[in-house]
Design a protein around this ligand. Structure first.
Ligand SMILES: Nc1nc2c(c(=O)[nH]1)N[C@H]1C(S)=C(S)[C@@H](COP(=O)(O)O)O[C@H]1N2
Ligand SMILES: [Mo]
Length: 195
């Protein structure tokens, strides 16, 4: 029997899950969009930093991206319809200095993910505030989370509050526990020893 469309779309080594249970360490923070901010800092082009508000997000072009979420533990949540703004539009508000390639994305409570700048500039890379046409629930990252569909889920912090540009590779939570610095799903970049 030929594979169905969803099996077709499943990346190597992943299996689909029917129900979407939230996965993260620690307790779910309750954040209020009115006090939430996203700070862009580190090696910016002009050396300064920029603090974005919920209102600033709303002023950027709103887009939707349909994509599966692929956890490095091998479960995939297929076909999520994310709503938000493109990460490349967010970064453009405080661009990195020339030659900068590394970014640390930080959430509340110490969670962080190390990503490559070019992966954040992917057209499907979002700062998401909704899924399936509804606001994100607190468990899934309200008010805003990073969604990088071509990377494993751990590269996208829920409850994201800071984007920092760096000259050198960084280590976030999973990277410091042996997971891959790049994390591309299509290449099965799961473990640091593959790098
Ligand atoms: N702040 C924060 N973001 C996080 C995590 C976390 O523990 N804390 N877990 C990551 C991992 S490993 C995955 S697979 C996805 C899971 O997102 P979901 O709970 O919405 O399915 O969130 C990512 N973002
Ligand atoms: Mo994950």
């Amino acid at each position: 029997m030929p594979p169905g469309p969803s099996e077709d779309a499943l990346p190597p080594g992943q299996r689909p899950t029917g129900t979407w249970r939230a996965s993260h360490y620690g307790r779910v923070p309750r954040l209020d969009p009115d006090s939430w901010t996203l700070t862009l800092a580190g090696e910016t082009r002009d050396g300064g930093m920029r603090v974005l508000t919920w209102e600033d997000l709303g002023a950027l072009p709103q887009v939707e991206v349909v994509a599966g979420m692929h956890c490095v533990d091998r479960h995939t949540v297929p076909g999520l319809r994310w709503g938000g703004v493109r990460m490349r539009d967010v970064l453009a508000l405080a661009p990195p200095a020339r030659g900068v390639e590394h970014v640390l994305l930080a959430a509340t409570r110490g969670y962080a993910a190390a990503v490559h700048l070019e992966d954040l500039r992917h057209p499907d890379a979002l700062l998401a505030h909704s899924v399936g046409g509804e606001p994100l629930t607190p468990e899934h990252g309200w008010p805003a989370r990073v969604v990088l569909p071509h990377l494993y889920g751990f590269k996208g912090p829920k409850w994201v509050v800071e984007v920092t540009y760096h000259d050198r590779p960084q280590q976030g939570w999973w990277e410091s526990h042996g997971y891959h610095p790049r994390g591309r799903v299509a290449h099965e970049e799961r473990w640091a020893h593959q790098a």
